[in-house]
Design a protein around this ligand. Sequence first.
Ligand code: HEM
Length: 163
Amino acid sequence: MPLPSPFAAWGQLSTERRRHIQLAVGGVTLSWALAALMACTTMQPQAPLYQQLGGVAKIEAVTDRTLDRVSSDPRTKRSFDGIKMPFLKKSVAAYVCKVADGPCTYEGETMANSHAKSNISGAEFDIMVSVMREELDRAGVPEGAKNELLRRLAPTRRDIVKY
Ligand code: HEM
């Protein structure tokens, strides 16, 4: 009994032609499978930034070390004269944790209000950011998480810098 038409047509093709068609179908299937896999990978929900940074304790360690350094660096220390550092450290850690979507409560002032009297220059701000970048590196924070945190902090510049 003759085979139904598509199968009959397949049977009539030369071996070489069949091989070509099999390769083409295989190629298309493989590309679809890869595309689906990539879509799944990119659609994975990402951990919140504070977790990517290593958690609350890691954020506190980074902000503490940053403040230790800028408050003793001759280029930036003048602003910290007479400031209660343990309180400031807690407040800055809570602020950064919040910016990174962490489970922290920031009860301090706005960036504009808290820096209003400090007369901070652009150069001082940039030094603090580069110190923080170094401390994030030193803490082993992945490049992507570090850049995302610094990207989120960057807009504070216009509220903090006076000249
Ligand atoms: C990314 C940049 C910065 C962030 C996120 C930041 C964050 C903060 C936060 C959260 C506070 C505490 C506010 C409060 O408790 O009400 C604070 C206070 C303070 N910051 Fe910054 N700061 C930044 C840059 C700087 C720079 C560049 C300097 C100086 C070089 C500086 C000096 C101070 C000082 C002196 C205080 C205490 C002000 C006071 O108590 O009168 N900050 N900052």
